[in-house]
Ligand binder design. Structure first.
Ligand code: DP6
Length: 345
């Protein structure tokens, strides 16, 4: 029996400037560039085994604090479509067994699919013996449909660049990938995730990426983004926390304003989310510098300098609605866990 197996570990990432709105769904091309940091404690571990004896792909997922289950429906379909991409690159039709587990709540605004598709891409590519560089891995992870997965491939602080507007979609497809701005050691920041809801979100980002352009504020958001991207880039390079925090919060509010004014609208925040927003703003006025950002879910990411992270976490846990916190320092990118075993008899 011929098997080809590899295991990869990928971090979730939190966007300081959000990817929101999809320009081309087939290739997962965004309207705007985005910047994130990888989370060192929110990880997906995925093992992919291509096995000639399989008659279909078998996908087993283990979500946070749940028993493993066989993926069905859309979740299965998304993985199978990505496996097809990998198989096409390697010129094989061999089915795969995929075993993937998350150590953090899935689908609740902690970029679980970004980590999932980055790990699937890295492990699948290694199992098939393909030699791809970081740029090619990032491009491939982006095409999974979970665009932000491309930012989980490189290490540390990462930017997903927007290619030249003169390019056509095929050129964009080759040029839209993510690269490190700085390595994790460059700046000691912590993302304290305050979990106010561990349930899956009701509306997936895919649908809302399509709806974004229906908001009258979408054009305003796009016009503002180049300045915010420049501010965040500079803030990272100069380690200027105030500059980073102000641009980051403004961008989160702008993304959610677009969600709330799309047709139909989406409201991701709950009461616990609002409690945290008010608290973080009031801590700042008292001298504890922290900033919030929120992805497509109710949980809040509170970014602070690592020296303040324990105080921030303790204070967050006292707020009504906060179930628990997860502290993440800046993480490495996606990596292989063990050497590939090309032929296991
Ligand atoms: C709000 O389509 O990349 O997190 O919905 O997890 O598949 P999934 O991710 P994706 O959308 C990400 C949206 C965002 C902002 C961001 O991470 O840039």
């Amino acid at each position: 029996m011929k098997q080809k197996r590899a295991t990869a570990i990928a971090p979730a990432n939190i966007a300081f400037i959000k990817y929101w709105g999809v320009r081309d769904t087939t290739r997962t091309l965004p309207y705007n560039g985005s910047i994130s940091m990888n989370l060192d404690a929110c990880l997906t571990t995925t093992t992919v085994t291509f096995d000639e004896n399989l008659t279909r792909d078998e996908i087993t997922l283990t979500f946070y604090q749940q028993a493993p289950h066989l993926a069905t429906g859309v979740a299965r379909e998304r993985v199978v479509v990505h496996l097809e991409r990998l198989r096409a690159l390697a010129g094989t039709d061999c089915y795969a067994k995929v075993i993937s587990s998350n150590n953090f709540p899935s689908d609740a605004g902690i970029a679980s699919s970004a980590a999932g598709f980055a790990a699937l891409t890295r492990a699948g590519v290694a199992a098939l013996g393909l030699e791809l560089d970081e740029r090619q891995l990032s491009l491939l992870a982006r095409r999974s449909g979970s665009g932000s997965a491309c930012r989980s491939i490189p290490s540390g602080y990462v930017e997903w660049y927007l290619p030249s507007t003169e390019f056509d979609l095929v050129q964009w497809d080759q040029a839209s990938y993510a690269k490190s701005i700085a390595q994790p050691e460059h700046w000691d920041l912590t993302d304290v995730v305050a979990v106010v809801d561990t349930n899956a979100k009701k509306i997936g980002s895919a649908e809302n990426h399509r709806l974004a352009t229906s908001s009258p504020y979408f054009a305003t958001r796009l016009a503002e983004i180049p300045d915010r991207l420049a501010a965040v880039r500079e803030a990272i390079v100069q380690r200027d926390f105030t500059k980073l925090g102000q641009a980051m919060e403004a961008d989160a509010v702008s993304m959610h304003a677009v969600c709330m004014t799309s047709h139909p609208p989406s409201f991701y925040w709950n009461g616990g989310t609002m409690n945290i927003i008010h608290a973080v703003r009031s801590w700042r006025s008292e001298g504890l510098e922290a900033y919030f950002t929120i992805d497509a879910g109710p949980n809040v990411h509170v970014i602070c300098e690592t020296a303040d992270s324990e105080v921030v976490a303790q204070q967050l846990r006292q707020l009504p609605g906060v179930e628990f916190t997860i502290a993440n320092m800046v993480g490495k990118g996606t990596r292989l866990e063990e050497p590939t075993t090309p032929d296991v008899e």
